[in-house]
Design a protein around this ligand. Structure first.
Ligand code: AP5
Length: 242
């Protein structure tokens, strides 16, 4: 494990549904000791709790569309203000529109790192709030297999895949034997909609970061451990620059 007191800063994982954002975010959490902030998970928690936001989001998520930006800002801001985010965090699933990317930039500059990251003289550490942006690139057919094959343990959140990481016993969690579930939006017709929403609405986010030179693409068609090694290399290289 890396130094758990070092400043890591924001790490953004971009990529289509099924690219492995959640899988890789969990590896980053383990190595760097920073929290994973998955907007999909935060929304699913609201759905499970039956909050007003959850009820509104459910109808949208079940059809494969994006939840309106205004609703997302409150959720993300609330989570980023929690103290465990001070050394850094990995964002999985946000930003997903050009407007969300602009909002996040402004948020990080004005509200987040400005008062947190100072050098030994007390001066603001230049560039400290610039995120590491990593795009996970995966072939379309592989994405369909990954999503339609995904199974999740509702008890501990462990993720399996019937094609690539099957549980030892069909449809049961290896750890506690709980029957695995399939996400509501992982049905093939919804998956196709999610993939086309990604092209149309998240494509511009990739261009937004590419234009700022903070952007690295990783070949996420490779086995999980190889993708993880590449991502660690990107994060370590960026931290050596600071
Ligand atoms: P969200 O939960 O963010 O879903 P997503 O982006 O569609 O991504 P997924 O969770 O499907 O995939 P992943 O990339 O995390 O892949 P995973 O690691 O699980 O969003 C859900 C919905 O919430 C959205 O549609 C939208 O409605 C709403 N929402 C969320 N954020 C929003 C926002 N910012 N704005 C507006 N709306 C928002 O891996 C998938 C499978 O592949 C697993 O089975 C895994 O084991 C396997 N796998 C992973 N890597 C590999 C590998 N290298 N080789 C083989 N198998 C692999």
């Amino acid at each position: 494990m890396a130094d758990n007191t070092a400043h890591i800063g924001p790490v953004l994982l971009l990529g289509p549904p099924g690219a492995g954002k959640g899988t890789q975010a969990r590896q980053i959490v383990e190595r760097y000791g920073i929290p994973q902030i998955s907007t999909g998970e935060l929304l699913r928690e609201h759905v499970a709790r039956g909050t007003e936001l959850g009820r509104e989001a459910k109808a949208i998520m079940d059809r494969g569309y994006l939840v309106p930006d205004d609703l997302m800002y409150g959720i993300v801001a609330g989570r980023l203000h929690e103290p465990d985010c001070r050394r850094g965090f990995v964002l999985d699933g946000f930003p997903r529109t050009a407007a969300q990317a602009g909002w996040l930039d402004a948020f990080l500059r004005k509200e987040f790192f400005e008062n947190e990251v100072r050098d030994s003289t007390g001066s603001y550490k230049a560039g400290a709030c610039a995120p590491v942006v990593i795009q996970l690139a995966v072939d379309y057919t592989q994405l369909l297999l990954r999503i339609t094959g995904r199974r999740t343990c509702p008890t501990d959140g462990r993720v399996y895949n019937i094609h690539f990481q099957p549980p030892k016993v069909d449809e049961l969690c290896d750890v506690d034997g709980t029957p695995l579930i399939t996400r509501n939006d992982d049905r093939e017709e919804v998956v196709r909609e999610r993939l086309s929403v990604y092209q149309e609405q998240t494509g511009p986010v990739v261009e937004y970061y590419r234009g700022q030179g903070q952007f690295v693409t990783v070949n996420a068609d490779l086995p999980i451990a190889q993708v993880t090694a590449e991502i660690f290399g990107v994060i370590d290289a960026r931290n050596e620059c600071q």
